[in-house]
Write a protein that binds this ligand. Structure first.
Ligand code: FAD
Length: 497
C-alpha cells in the first residue's frame, strides 16, 4: 500500500490522517508526545478536569464531515449541543450582556443593556454573513497558492463583495463607524483575538468571524473539546491509521527534489507522501536544515499567545456561564501592550471558561473548573515568571472587583500555562497560538501554502499554515492537503533507503 507519514497528531494531523486513509493511503502518524491532540489535550487536577487549550467550538459540521466521509454516523462517535447564550460579557462600568444565539434576541439584549439600536446589531451580523459567504470559498476552502483557485467562479463571488471586504480599513475602524457605543465596538473588536490578531491593525475582513459564532453558532462537545480529538483518533484507528507516540521526527528525508520519508530516533520510515503538522517554522529549521527556507513567510510576525491559570474553584457562580468575558477599560492600550510593548496590560481582558457548567463531572460537587485566560504576546525573551505573578494579581483583583467577592479565597488548586510551555509542549514557534498573525491585509496570502513548491510529496497542515489557526481552519487545512495529495494509483513509491 502507498504510505503516508504525518508529523504530529494535532487536530490538523489527525484529520489529515483520516482523509488520507479514506483515500487509500497506509497512514502512520508520528507524535513526539505520549498522546495525541497537541494543543487540544486535557488534564486532571485534584478532581477537576480541564481542556488545556481551545475552548470555543464553531463549525462542527467540519468534524461530522470526517465521520461521514468514512461511512460512519457522526453521532455514534461525537455529539454536541448549541450554546445559548453563547457568552456572558462584563464591563468595568458594571454593565453586563448575554450574547444569545438567536440574532433577534441578541440584538434586543444589546439594545436593552447597552442602548445600541437592535436593528444595527442585526445589520452588523448580516454584514458578517455576507463577508463570510463571499470569501470563504476562495480564502478558506482552497489552496490560495495554486493558479486554478484564481480561475474559479468563487473568485468572482469574492470580487462581488469587494466593497464589503474591508481591506482598506481596520476591524476597529469598520466597527467604530457603525456603533457609537465603545462597549459594543469592544465586543465586536474582540473577534480579532480568535486568530491572535490586533483589531486596531487587522483588516476589516476579519469582521466575518462573528458570523461563525452568532449566525452559525457556538457549540459544546459532550466530554469537552478533547472529545473532538479522541473521537477522531478512534475513527482513524478503525481506518487502520497507526499512531506512534513518543517518537519525535528529527528529519524529513529528501532525494532528487522529493520528500521520501522521515527519520526518528528509532530509524527511517519511507513514505510517498509526508505531511508536516508541526509548526512550519521548526519544520524548516529543524527537519529540513539543508533546504532553502521561504524566509519571507517564516519571518511573518507571530500571532499572540496566552497565559492561562487553571483554577479549581470551591464554589459555584450562578451569574457565570461556559464562556465569560471581563473586558478591560482601555482596549487600545491593551493591544499596544501585546503587539507593541511585547508585554501584558496591567488591566487585561480576562476570559473565564467553565466546562463544569455543562458537565457536572468536570468538578467536585458544588465547585467549578475555571480556565482563566489572558491574551499575551508570543515569546520574545520576556521574563514569564515575573509576568505570571503580576498578571495573577491583576486578574484576581479584577475578577474580585467585578464579581464582588474575593476570588482568591475560592482557589483550591492551580496550574499555569505560558507561551514558553506552549512551545515546549507542541513545538509551536515562540508559543504563538495561531502561527502568524493577521495584522496586515496581505497576511492571508503570506501564510505558508499546504504544499511545498520545492519538494514533491511534502505537504503542510495545521494552524501555522493556510488557511490559518483555530480548530475549523486546521480541519480545512486537512481537507486541502487531502485534495492536493495524488490518488494512490498515480503515486510512484519511493525506493527503500
Ligand atoms: P498542534 O495542536 O499545534 O499540535 C502539533 C502536534 O505536533 C503536537 O502534538 C506536537 O507534539 C507534534 N509535533 C511537533 N513537532 C513534532 C515532531 N518533530 N515529531 C513528532 N511530533 C511533533 N482554537 C479554537 O478553534 N478555539 C479556541 O477557543 C482556541 N483557544 C485556544 C487556546 C489556547 C490556550 C491554545 C493553545 C490554542 C487555542 N486555539 C483555539 C487554537 C487551536 O488550539 C489550534 O489552532 C489547533 O489546536 C492547532 O492544531 P494543529 O493541527 O496546528 O496542531
Amino acid at each position: 500500500m502507498t504510505k503516508a507519514a504525518i508529523i504530529g497528531s494535532g487536530i490538523g494531523g489527525i484529520a489529515t490522517a483520516i482523509r488520507l486513509a479514506v483515500k487509500g493511503y497506509d497512514v502512520t502518524v508520528f507524535e513526539a508526545n505520549a498522546s495525541f491532540g497537541g494543543k487540544m489535550h486535557q488534564f486532571d487536577l485534584q478532581g477537576y478536569r480541564f481542556d488545556a487549550g481551545p475552548s470555543l467550538f464553531t463549525l462542527p459540521h467540519l468534524v461530522d464531515e470526517l465521520f461521514t466521509l468514512a461511512g460512519r454516523n457522526p453521532s455514534d462517535y461525537f455529539t454536541y449541543t448549541r450554546l445559548d447564550p453563547i457568552t456572558h460579557y462584563f464591563w468595568p462600568d458594571g454593565s453586563r450582556l448575554k450574547a444569545y444565539a438567536d440574532a433577534e434576541a441578541f440584538a434586543t439584549e444589546a439594545e436593552q443593556q447597552l442602548g445600541v439600536k437592535a436593528q444595527d446589531v442585526q445589520e452588523v451580523l448580516a454584514r458578517s454573513a455576507r463577508l463570510y459567504q463571499g470569501t470563504a470559498d476562495t480564502f478558506l476552502h482552497k489552496s490560495l497558492h495554486r493558479l486554478d483557485t484564481y480561475l474559479s467562479a468563487d473568485v468572482l463571488k469574492a470580487l462581488g463583495c469587494l466593497s464589503d471586504l474591508g481591506l482598506t480599513t481596520t476591524m476597529h475602524d469598520a466597527n467604530a463607524k457603525l456603533f457609537n457605543d465603545p462597549r459594543f465596538v469592544q465586543l465586536l473588536d474582540r473577534f480579532a483575538t480568535y486568530n491572535g490578531s490586533d483589531p486596531y491593525q487587522a483588516p476589516g475582513t476579519l469582521n466575518l468571524i462573528p458570523h461563525l459564532e452568532h449566525n452559525i453558532g457556538a457549540f459544546y462537545p459532550k466530554g469537552g473539546i478533547y472529545s473532538i480529538a479522541s473521537s477522531l483518533v478512534k475513527l482513524a484507528e478503525e481506518l487502520g491509521v497507526a499512531f506512534r507516540y513518543n517518537e519525535r521526527v528529527e528529519r524529513i528525508v529528501t532525494q532528487n527534489g522529493r520528500a521520501t520519508g522521515i527519520e526518528t530516533s528509532s530509524g527511517r520510515y519511507s513514505a510517498a507522501v509526508v505531511v508536516s503538522n508541526m509548526d512550519v517554522v521548526p519544520t524548516y529549521r529543524r527537519l529540513l536544515p539543508d533546504q532553502p527556507a521561504p524566509e519571507q513567510t517564516l519571518q511573518q510576525p507571530r500571532s499572540s499567545s496566552a497565559l492561562i491559570y487553571y483554577w479549581g474553584i470551591a464554589r459555584e457562580f450562578p451569574e457565570l456561564h461556559v464562556h465569560n468575558i471581563f473586558f478591560s477599560q482601555d482596549y487600545k492600550k491593551e493591544f499596544e501592550h501585546i503587539f507593541r510593548h511585547k508585554s501584558i496590560s496591567p488591566d487585561p481582558t480576562v476570559y473565564v471558561n467553565i466546562t463544569s457548567k455543562m458537565e457536572k463531572s468536570d468538578a467536585p460537587a458544588g465547585c467549578e473548573n475555571w480556565f482563566v485566560m489572558v491574551n499575551v504576546p508570543h515569546h520574545q525573551g520576556q521574563d514569564w515568571e515575573q509576568l505570571i505573578g503580576t498578571t495573577r494579581q491583576a486578574v484576581t483583583d479584577k475578577l474580585s472587583r467585578m464579581l464582588q467577592t474575593d476570588i482568591r479565597q475560592n482557589i483550591v488548586c492551580e496550574q499555569v500555562l505560558d507561551p514558553l510551555l506552549i512551545e515546549q509542549q507542541t513545538s509551536s514557534y515562540a508559543g504563538a497560538l495561531y502561527g502568524s498573525s493577521s495584522n496586515n491585509r496581505m497576511a492571508a496570502f503570506l501564510r505558508h501554502p499546504n504544499f511545498s513548491s520545492k519538494l514533491k510529496g511534502l505537504y503542510f497542515c495545521g494552524g501555522s499554515v493556510h488557511p490559518g489557526g483555530g480548530i475549523p481552519l486546521c480541519l480545512l487545512s486537512a481537507r486541502i492537503v487531502a485534495n492536493l495529495a495524488p490518488a494512490v494509483t498515480s503515486v510512484n513509491e519511493p525506493k527503500q533507503h
